[in-house]
Design a protein around this ligand. Sequence first.
Ligand SMILES: Cc1cc2nc3c(=O)[nH]c(=O)nc-3n(C[C@H](O)[C@H](O)[C@H](O)COP(=O)(O)OP(=O)(O)OC[C@H]3O[C@@H](n4cnc5c(N)ncnc54)[C@H](O)[C@@H]3O)c2cc1C
Length: 367
Amino acid sequence: MSLRPEDLTELVERAAERERASPDRYPIESVSELFRSGLLIAPFPGSLGGDGWTPLDAVRAIEMLSAAAPSTALVAAMPLGLAGIYGAGADVAPPEYRAAWIAQTERVAADYRSRRLYAACNSEAGAGGSLAATKTVARSVGKGDWRITGTKILASSGANADMFLSTAKVSQEDLPGAGVVEFFYVPTHAPGVEIANDWDGFGMRATESQSVHYEDAPASEICGFPNFIEVVQPVTYWYCLFAAIPLGCATGILNALSVPAPASPAIRLRLADARMKQEAMSAYLYETAAAWRPAAGPAYAARVLRMKTYVSAEATKLCAELFALSGGRHYRRDGVVARLLADSFAGTALRPPLSLALDMLVEGFEG
Ligand SMILES: Cc1cc2nc3c(=O)[nH]c(=O)nc-3n(C[C@H](O)[C@H](O)[C@H](O)COP(=O)(O)OP(=O)(O)OC[C@H]3O[C@@H](n4cnc5c(N)ncnc54)[C@H](O)[C@@H]3O)c2cc1C
């Protein structure tokens, strides 16, 4: 493997510098560097330009980025997760779809090599983060072409992306064997794709997480094959990456408060205590991510849900505790520590948002 997560130190520092200098501006130069470094393509196999990164490698890279440049980390998480799912290999597909899956893997990897940015455009207002509650619909117009209609929110990267991965409902007549929803590829600059300019987030200010309206927008193809989301269970890969984001924010605040080492023994003790919590959460996340595989089944899905819920909620609380200890010097709206605190709350909002995750945990417990 030529690129390792630990090789990213300088890239991370430059991304941090850009977010410090322009906290509200989309990190276009950092995204270019993510492409140049080979990070976004890293989970693809070497034969397709990647480095065969495991889910754990991807998690470690997002955690490192997030500790210094959380908006860049969130923007990176979407395409990195998609690369990870393609990196799972040909066996992901049932035999009848295997050749098409391999061909699509090669096409998407070629797009990554030409630095086309893929982004996720799935969430819908009022769906509470639930895929089943998706209202966007896709209809077949023949020859494998589709038209998508619906309204999405919070599509990170917005108009900076080249291709959206979007959930939509599709009828059994149009796609025999379709699941509750399918992922469709929608070129972002096609007619019928309207990307709003309405992002004004509490944190993650630089992500340009915009609303998007599709009106009969052309989709080039579905991702994978019918019932892909249920058969492959790809979303758990993204959940692991999402958990790494607030955890990285906690690490970032801890680092900021630990250098120079505070003179007060009481504060040193609190920081040592925070370090233990952060390491414990890392271990939970790493162990869960290391076990990721496609079609891992309901027990693993439940484990990821617990891990993502626990790590994102506890890491956000840890950020708040550390902020309370940080003193007046850090009490600046645009200060690094205050921004990491605001950014950390994205972890509890990211899919599944905390409210939905808690409902799902209770449902699973009773079942
Ligand atoms: C910074 C940031 C960046 C993001 N980037 C992306 C992105 O790139 N792409 C993307 O697709 N999404 C993105 N998201 C969206 C995110 O992943 C969540 O899916 C989304 O925030 C959920 O918001 P919501 O308004 O749908 O639900 P919420 O506001 O979390 O929930 C609404 C209410 O619905 C209730 N509810 C619970 N379960 C259900 C249910 N089954 N059905 C209906 N209601 C229910 C909840 O209790 C809650 O009170 C981003 C979010 C943030 C904060």
